[in-house]
Design a protein around this ligand. Structure first.
Ligand code: SF4
Ligand code: SF4
Length: 238
């Protein structure tokens, strides 16, 4: 898994000499740039296993660093700092601090899956990008994304009622992400529903939004489900 990454070489470790003699040999000229050795002590042996426990990160150990994912990557074409192969390499080495340095761009993966389609080892780099992004959210290294807020609102609705009321989920999501509850597109949407939906159905939807009915015999099922999901999460991620 040999790789040479410029970003791992701090500028102060690059020595450039006009005149350089090593072991009695004059290496001046084109060989006059040397890099002082770096000893890695800040790695986490378990980090690869942690990322493997997130959905999408399972196959990160299969990577052989061919670089096909980065070559085909939509985001890399826009920004050469966005480099799935590099982050997979760091994950395998357990160099968390190096990954965290790129926390502001890892989330930019657009899930086009070009990397996943081309990967010869079925690593699923898109999944690894998502796994890293989720790990950073859970460690409070980055803010929760709107997508995570939406997932949480969706699950809260299920735990509470055993069913999904779209309007309720949407309002909960707007609140969590500090968006106005009444948005222009929503007003247009509401007007069209009033125009085309039968009144009885509209009334039922309004009633459901206010009363939040539960699935029949839901009882304590939601609490049990919530506890089970939490247990599974803790077992996977600690
Ligand atoms: S394409 Fe697959 S095997 Fe190649 S570097 Fe990317 S993740 Fe690793
Ligand atoms: S899914 Fe993400 S990492 Fe993969 S090619 Fe698309 S933008 Fe790049």
């Amino acid at each position: 898994m040999a790789i040479h990454e410029k970003s791992l070489i701090e500028p102060e470790r690059i020595l450039s000499e006009e005149k350089l003699v090593v072991d009695g040999v004059d290496v001046s000229g084109s060989w006059n740039t040397m890099i002082t050795p770096r000893y890695l002590r800040d790695y986490d042996d378990d980090f690869e296993a942690v990322i493997q426990k997130y959905a999408g990160g399972e196959n990160v150990h299969r990577c052989w660093q061919c670089g096909s994912c980065t070559n085909s990557c939509t985001m890399y074409a826009q920004n050469v700092q966005f480099n799935p192969r590099y982050w997979i390499y760091l994950t395998r080495l357990g160099l968390k601090d190096e990954i965290i340095k790129d926390k502001d761009i890892i989330w930019q993966c657009v899930s086009c899956n070009k990397c996943t389609n081309i990967c010869p080892k079925d690593v699923r780099p898109e999944g690894v990008m998502k796994a890293l992004a989720h790990w950073m959210e859970e460690q409070s290294i980055t803010e929760k994304t709107p997508s995570t807020h939406f997932d949480e609102t969706f699950w809260e609705e299920i735990y509470h009622t055993g069913r999904i009321e779209d309007a309720s989920v949407m309002m909960g999501f707007f609140k969590k992400t500090n968006q106005p509850l009444m948005q222009d597109w929503l007003v247009v949407f509401g007007k069209r529903m009033m125009k085309y939906l039968p009144i009885a159905q509209m009334a039922k939807m309004g009633l459901n939004f206010i009363a939040k009915p539960r699935t029949k015999s839901w009882g304590k099922t939601g609490e049990v489900l919530k506890a089970y999901v939490q247990e599974q999460k803790e077992a996977a991620h600690g």
